[in-house]
Design a protein around this ligand. Structure first.
Ligand SMILES: C[S@@+](CC[C@H](N)C(=O)[O-])C[C@H]1O[C@@H](n2cnc3c(N)ncnc32)[C@H](O)[C@@H]1O
Length: 281
């Protein structure tokens, strides 16, 4: 079947950085995440990962290159799984889902209402590339549009994950989105990977991320409790520092040492490694 690929904006094209990382992870002998569907989808698109030299460079070993993206997906899967374990009537939302098929990894009970949201062009692509039982849960919308939530059940607890999304939302759009989500659902959890101000600055200036740098419009934030001040009722439930992940032991010595050194400090962990922030409302 031939795939019709849209012309991607930089924000949309970023989905190949995360999809590519998970695909490369799945090709490792002992993967961190092991999402073979990511590899299948990537191969079907025929996308050339050379657009993201961070994934194709020989300067870093294969495990170091995929560690952050593969493991943050795994941690977000765990947050969603635990939530649906406690709330079989939950709504799960994966915001800025790209071509991810988290639903297959989490495998929720049929009582859960699962919603994957991304731009309509990306949802078209999901319908072409993903198994129908996965793409059926997709909603094509710009998350900055105030009305897209109207069609989502509002009387059930929700777990909302956003993997790699926040960097592509302007600050006021991000804060409005948090307000809309917390006002829509009676209670729930929100988890996403943190972009510090330094991480945004670095990503904007890295030549290896040139394909997406124009889309990086969020300034980032360094204090995980800031969203509590933006949105009344949002409470920081925890931070997950990948510098402290047990899987660090599976990295080569040099990377392991750097992450282990940073691990004792929350500040250094946020600066050097990937951090997930997890809120309740
Ligand atoms: C880095 S990619 C991550 C994709 C996916 N979560 C993953 O882990 O593979 C960021 C995604 O956010 C989506 N996105 C960015 N801004 C958006 C917006 N305003 N509305 C809907 N989707 C958005 C992009 O289209 C892209 O798919």
């Amino acid at each position: 079947m031939s795939i019709t690929m849209p012309t991607f904006t930089p924000a949309q094209e970023s989905l190949f950085l995360t999809l590519g990382s998970r695909a490369l992870d799945s090709r490792l002998p002992d993967p961190f995440l092991g999402d073979t569907m990511a590899d299948q989808i990537l191969r079907e698109t025929g996308y050339d990962l050379a657009k993201f030299p961070t994934l194709t460079t020989q300067r870093f070993d294969a495990r170091t290159k995929v560690f952050a993206v593969a493991l943050r997906a795994k941690r977000l899967d765990e947050i969603a799984s635990r939530f649906v374990g406690r709330h079989p009537d939950a709504v799960v939302m994966d915001l800025g889902v790209g071509l991810d098929s988290r639903i297959l990894r989490v495998n929720p009970p049929s009582t859960v209402s699962w919603c994957d949201v991304d731009f309509p062009q990306i949802v078209d692509l999901r319908h072409q590339l993903l198994p129908a039982q996965v793409s059926a849960h997709s909603i094509g919308a710009d998350l900055t549009d105030p009305n897209w939530l109207d069609e989502i059940p509002a009387d059930r607890p929700a777990v909302i994950v956003a993997d790699g999304l926040i960097a592509f939302l302007r600050q006021d759009d991000f804060v409005s989105l948090l307000h809309r989500l917390t006002n829509h659902f009676p209670s729930g959890e929100i988890a996403f990977n943190l972009y510090t101000t330094g991480a945004i600055w670095t990503a904007k200036h890295l030549r290896s991320l040139a394909a997406i740098s124009a889309g990086l419009v969020n300034p980032g934030f360094n204090d995980p409790s800031r969203p509590e001040r933006w949105v009344a009722g949002l409470k920081l439930a925890g931070e997950i520092f990948l510098t402290r992940a047990p899987e660090v032991a599976e990295l080569p010595l040099a990377t392991r040492l750097i992450l282990r050194l940073a691990a004792s400090s929350a500040r250094a962990s946020r600066m050097i490694g990937t951090t997930l922030v997890h809120y309740e409302f």
